[in-house]
Design a protein around this ligand. Structure first.
Ligand code: MG
Length: 310
């Protein structure tokens, strides 16, 4: 359920404004201790013979994308988990603000109001050990995930997050956290601004299952909003799923998923199956080692039609 074990060496970021040249130099300097020297070669043909295979290998890697080809098939889809050939979503420049700093409705449970993590738990002593300052909180590397004390069934969630600036690392190693609904179903949190990764690991992706419809990422250091509507799974007496968990996600005003179903809990390089539980769970946030920040988080149970006025 975590990407902690991910072999980061398999991935390389390819900037949004990338050029083969930039990619090539990284590849070459790694392959040749002498580095890439842009000089008139003393022996042009010999140099060409050395460079050509590298250039071809790099072009192939570039075309094939970042990800895996040895993972299981995603149930009901033609793609494998973290499929390196799965297309990345189109980039959409979001508006300057959408639900940014949206005040909580009166019936919402405010999970973070800028002051403290009293609604959360985690760490060795049960007190969520992440850093709180200036109206946000931030992942403290190595302290582990944190989760809400309260559990929820079906809900509307407002959630704001910001990737580290300046950015560091690439692919899944850049600004990675995760929003786990019921503590199990991950909506990915990742800096995908000028950062290439596999499609189902994109920001707002249902990790290992569904890429987002768009890449609506704000620049590192700017605030992103996720507005999420989630319905948890239902089970019969034997533990069989009678309704899969599903989610609608709006990222900075751009719809990433509309009532899309989870195949089961989220996993890394695998496809976990549903298991029976009471249909409620916490909001869990992932410590993936990157100092991602969060603010203004609130949640409302969805409620039911035809309820009497209070
Ligand atoms: Mg994550």
């Amino acid at each position: 359920m975590s990407e902690e074990t991910e072999p980061k060496g398999l991935f390389r970021g390819i900037p949004r404004s990338s050029s083969i040249e930039a990619d090539f130099s990284v590849e070459f300097s790694g392959a040749d201790p002498e580095g890439l020297r842009i000089q008139v070669p003393s022996d042009p043909m010999n140099t060409l013979a050395r460079l050509l295979p590298l250039a071809l290998a790099t072009a192939t890697a570039f075309a094939a994308g970042v990800g895996y080809d040895n993972t299981p098939q995603i149930p009901g889809q033609k793609w494998k988990v973290h499929d390196k050939n799965r297309p990345n979503p189109p980039i959409v420049e979001p508006g300057e603000s959408f639900s940014h700093q949206a005040p909580a409705p009166a019936d919402a449970v405010v999970l973070f109001d800028g002051k403290d993590l009293s609604k959360w738990k985690g760490g060795k002593d049960g007190k969520a050990p992440w850093k709180v300052e200036n109206g946000y909180f931030e992942v403290v590397k190595g302290t582990g995930d944190i989760q809400t004390q309260e559990k929820f069934k079906d809900f509307q969630l407002h959630f704001e997050w910001s990737a580290p600036n300046p950015p560091k690392g690439d692919s899944q190693g850049r600004g990675n956290s995760g929003l786990f609904l019921h503590g199990l179903y991950e909506v990915q949190v990742l800096d995908v601004y000028n950062n290439k990764t596999y499609a189902d690991g994109q920001a707002g992706g249902l990790y290992g299952m569904w890429p987002p419809l768009q890449n609506a990422m704000k620049k590192p250091g700017q605030w992103n909003t996720y507005d999420v509507i989630f319905e948890g799974p239902l089970f019969d007496a034997e533990g069989k799923v009678t309704r899969k968990a599903s989610v609608t996600v709006i990222h900075n005003g751009v719809v990433l998923h509309h009532k899309q179903e989870f195949n089961g809990p989220s996993g890394h390089q695998n496809t976990p199956k549903y298991f029976k539980y009471d249909g409620t769970g916490p909001i869990r946030l992932q410590d993936h080692g990157d100092p991602v920040r969060f603010r203004n988080i609130w949640i409302r149970p969805l409620g039911e039609y035809d309820q009497p006025e209070k």
